[in-house]
Ligand binder design. Structure first.
Ligand code: HEC
Length: 137
């Protein structure tokens, strides 16, 4: 086999590999109702530091690759725990469990995760090992 053929083959394998990653749909982890309620929670308790569009202000961005790229190796559990136990900064853990479920659902929605039929659950989310990778640029 000459080296040109090897290069073409290698290219095809790499392409196939990245296509698989891009096509792996993120799981449905929350309901549309939760995300809808979460938009209000976010506007009231988070937007002043994270920006109305989640792109960051005094606090870091909560959307896109700046927030959660594959390389970060975040999980739903690690990020939910930070949100539920450290946020809002200055008044940690001051919201209800339901408000944290809702606002995290909203953040997932804004990052390209689809809504489903099973609700995001506070206790289960704290220890969830599901990877968190934003689907937004
Ligand atoms: C008073 C400002 C302030 C408010 C209000 C606030 N945050 Fe934050 N947030 C920060 C800062 C600053 C950081 C980064 C430092 C840290 O992790 O403590 C942060 C970090 C985060 C992180 C971790 C981001 C990462 O990349 O690790 C999440 C998730 C988060 N906030 C969610 C929320 C949610 C949800 C709310 C509303 C319930 C909220 N924050 C309200 C200031 C704020």
């Amino acid at each position: 086999m000459n080296s040109l053929k090897i290069h073409v083959l290698l290219g095809a394998v790499l392409l196939a590999g990245s296509a698989t990653v891009a096509l792996a749909a993120p799981p449905a982890l929350y309901t549309a109702d939760q995300a809808k309620a979460g938009a209000d929670v976010f506007a009231q308790s988070c937007a002043m530091c994270h920006g109305a569009d989640l792109t960051g202000a005094a606090g870091p961005a909560l959307v896109g690759q700046a927030f959660a790229s594959a390389g970060n190796k975040y999980t739903i559990g690690s990020m939910f725990t930070e949100a539920a136990q450290q946020m809002p900064a200055g008044q940690p853990a001051s919201l209800t469990h339901e408000q944290y479920e809702d606002v995290f659902s909203y953040i997932l929605q804004q990052n390209g995760y689809p809504a489903g039929t099973t609700k995001l659950d506070y206790t289960a989310s704290l220890s969830s090992k599901v990877p968190l990778v934003s689907q937004k640029p």
